[in-house]
Ligand binder design. Structure first.
Ligand code: MG
Length: 484
């Protein structure tokens, strides 16, 4: 492993190579389909990376990835919470379509259904080697583990790292958790992760990811690397503790950034960087009631657990030397549900038989002139089937609902959470996200025709997936997998 402050040699070589831009057609016509690496942070804020305005930057490798690839400004997680968001990324579906809601607890008896097709299963059909590293959170019981849903191998935690006996509120009934296990394949290899071991996770995940890349010689591969952090509790590895002098959140972020450098360095060293699409994004926005242990949403309103931009808009970087144009910025909206069909397009895979929601955004990743989002609207569901907002073009309509906020509340500190209070939206609110990224100026009265158009689009969502806020069931929902 390399020193934290020094980029890997392989990566430096990568930065020095010429940037031959090939056409999308050429990219798809390669002799061998590309390797795919998806790195998924947990609870990382829109404002946390240097390339998204954080100052001083603690993310040199990610900033370099942005310089050498494409950076999206309007990219969304599928929902502002862990399990649902992961379900959307891996299946190309709105999470509530496939029955995955919220953050599954260690007592959950549900998980991702066998009938759904994950990106890993899709790529297995093309002969890919597949590996998941890190947080899973799509069901911890045997039928739902990664090895049952398309991954050849897996190392990681079955759910969130705060679901353990060391939770700061562990004495309350709802926070009483069993020991947190580490799983390798489908076996528990450490039945009780301790705080000391938690500080080794990012390094161990990274070593496994690098090892997986090094072992791939013959087959194309898919690596899904879902970091446990910067979700609380925060534990930086020994070499990173205090390194930023900005607190443990910044130290943890620096270690994740180092890990990204290691993965890209491993691709270079293996000679496959030019055959590999690397994506970096996060599952939802910062957990604001954790104060100095939560991230920053930058200029966005609110954070995790809300459909305000701070909860759902995420950093998104895509890097593929020689194919994706360097230093490009994409402003069109896109979402994690679009990754599965985009990867299917690049690899020549047939889309899943069951209906999915995502669409191919390769023209956006390539910043093709004139390319626009393939969606007339994105639907923002949260909780159990609540359609809380919708975005079409630059416009976002927020529907009447209750949400949590820290405004006027005392923030948490050093790992102990503060208390949210609930706030209500009582009538539809309309925001122009091009002019008002912070969702401060409700334009519903000024633009009734826009409200009407977005309401009609919302009715399509309700007819398909239902809406608990307007008591509609919808016809397009499928069930999660269950052991009961
Ligand atoms: Mg999360």
């Amino acid at each position: 492993m390399n020193d934290l402050a020094i980029p890997t040699m392989g990566y430096l070589v990568a930065l020095g190579v010429g940037w031959l831009c090939v056409s999308p057609a050429n990219a798809a016509e390669r002799k061998r389909p590309p390797n795919i690496v998806v790195i998924f942070a947990d609870d990382l804020g829109y404002g946390d990376l240097g390339c998204y305005g954080a100052a001083p930057s603690q993310t040199p490798h990610l900033d370099r990835m942005a310089q050498k690839g494409v950076r999206f400004t309007d990219f969304y997680a599928a929902q502002p919470v862990c399990s649902a968001s992961r379900a959307g990324l891996l299946t190309g579906c709105y999470p509530n379509r496939i029955g995955i809601h919220g953050a599954l607890s260690p007592a959950a008896t549900v998980g991702i259904a066998d009938a759904e097709t994950t990106i890993a299963e899709l790529l297995k059909s093309k002969g890919y080697a597949t590996c998941a590293v890190g947080k899973w959170h799509l069901g911890h019981l045997p039928p739902f583990l990664p090895t049952r849903h398309g991954f050849d191998e897996y190392l990681g935690l079955p759910y969130s790292n705060d679901m353990w006996p060391h939770h700061p509120e562990a004495k309350t009934k709802e926070r009483s958790y069993p020991n947190l296990p580490l799983i390798d394949g489908d076996k528990v290899v450490d039945a009780e992760i301790t705080p000391e071991e938690m500080s080794t996770l990012t390094r161990r995940y990274t070593e496994r990811a690098v090892d997986f890349i090094q072992r791939q010689q013959e087959q194309p591969f898919f690596l899904y690397f879902a970091h446990t952090m910067p979700h609380v509790p925060l534990y930086a590895g020994k070499r990173f503790q205090g390194v930023t002098q900005k607190g443990v959140y910044a130290d943890v972020l620096r270690e994740i950034d180092w890990s990204v450098g290691e993965v890209i360095g491993a691709l270079e060293k293996a000679g496959v960087a030019q055959d590999t699409l690397v994506i970096f994004t996060s599952d939802n926005g910062p957990w604001l009631n954790y104060g100095n242990h939560g991230g920053s949403a930058g200029p966005l309103r609110e954070g995790k657990g809300t459909v305000w931009e701070g909860g759902i808009r995420e950093p998104f970087l895509a890097y593929w030397p020689g194919t994706i144009r360097p230093n490009t910025v994409q402003h069109a909206p896109a979402m994690t549900i679009d990754l599965l069909p985009t990867i299917a397009h690049l690899t020549g895979c047939v889309l899943p038989q069951l209906p999915i929601d995502g669409k191919n955004i390769w023209p956006l990743i390539q910043c093709e002139p004139g390319a626009t989002t393939p969606h007339e609207a994105y639907w923002f569901y949260y909780k159990v089937h609540e359609l809380q907002a919708i975005r079409s073009g630059k416009w976002k309509l927020i529907f009447p609902h209750s949400y949590r906020t820290m405004q006027g509340q005392a923030p948490g500190k050093d790992g102990t959470p503060g208390k949210y209070r609930m706030q209500k939206v009582t009538s539809p609110e309309l925001y122009d996200l091009e002019k008002d990224i912070g969702e401060r100026h409700n334009l519903a009265v000024e633009h009734p025709e826009v409200v009407q158009r977005l309401q009609a689009l919302a009715n399509r969502a309700r007819a398909d997936l239902g809406d608990a806020l307007t008591s509609q069931r919808g016809t397009g929902r499928r069930s999660a997998g269950t052991t009961e």
